[in-house]
Design a protein around this ligand. Sequence first.
Ligand SMILES: [Zn+2]
Length: 388
Amino acid sequence: MSLHDLIGHEALRSSLVRAHQSGTLPAALLLHGPRGVGKQRLALWIAQLTVCAEPIDDGPCEACGPCRMTRSLEHPDVHWYFPLPRPKAASKEKLAAALEAARFQELAELRETSLVPSWSDDVRGLYLGTIKNLRTSAAKRPTMAEGPVFIVGQSELLVPQEASPEAANALLKLLEEPPGQARFILTSSEPGMLLPTIRSRTVPVHVPALPRQTVKDFLAQHLEPDEKTRNWAAHLSQGSPGRAMAFLPDDGEPGPLEALRRRAFEIVTSATASSPAAGYRLAASFPPARARQLIDLFTFVEEWLRDLAAAAAGADDLVINYDALGRLKKHAGSAGIVPSKVPEAFPAVERARELARGNVNPQLVVSGLVRDLRGALLDSPPLTGTDR
Ligand SMILES: [Zn+2]
């Protein structure tokens, strides 16, 4: 199997092709844009463009050997690195080898499914071991192409888990002195989280959200036969096919993003319920570890807060979670939500996100968020620690 076709981004592709034709395509790119919009898929397309034997005006020829090998993730000079779960029971010395084995296994799975998954339930990181593996590959001579291409997906995950900038610094060294004709394509939905020194060594390229129809067509082609479900997922995706995929039900269970979206709705509504007990009960139901999983959840909390303000203000067409409009209005009415006060709740979510990045106990993070949301959105004074 080979990886699915790249969809959308026509204008961006044209300018990348022109840059490649004129020899001005920067050796280190940072593709940034919404999560799930297809940045890693685009990075593979750029890699394919640079190794293609006879690129055409639209991009890679899709017919030559190097093109076919890139599409089937088998080109020896196109190296794709992405965050992985930390291998269990691997000693420090064996970590790099274990990470490389895990990467090969995921690549094999990708060849089977042909779709790049954009959400996973496990906590992942780009560990120093992964960057060491990258460095080892970069030190070797390319097999077929003029120069190797190194893709580093979700590169914002280079730093936080290890509480040391080692992995990021190892990559920085490579970017400062790229071996031979090597190219680097980093992707990130949170470029602000990258080390400024890494950002300054790469040329930023914005990858915008796609039109809703493009996302629908993608789902129709690859995944979802039911039109109503397609429309629903495309609507919620905000132009990111990867997001849309993660909303789709899987074996009768809600998709990973739909599960998060529902959980975030619970946080917002229970935090602003008349009794404070519901919010704290909800906080206690979170697991006591793996706080980083909360980061995506908090993005939905922000979305629901915006929707709550829009619903309370009667700006129905601004509501993203359109399927919950009735519930939002009802809740905004019963909780007495004042739209102009909602912006005061956002710093609370940002604080909670920072704590989650710092791996604070999720129960504490969520109960703090519940307390702060009550304080910001309801007229009652916020609860202090002794009231709990
Ligand atoms: Zn080709």
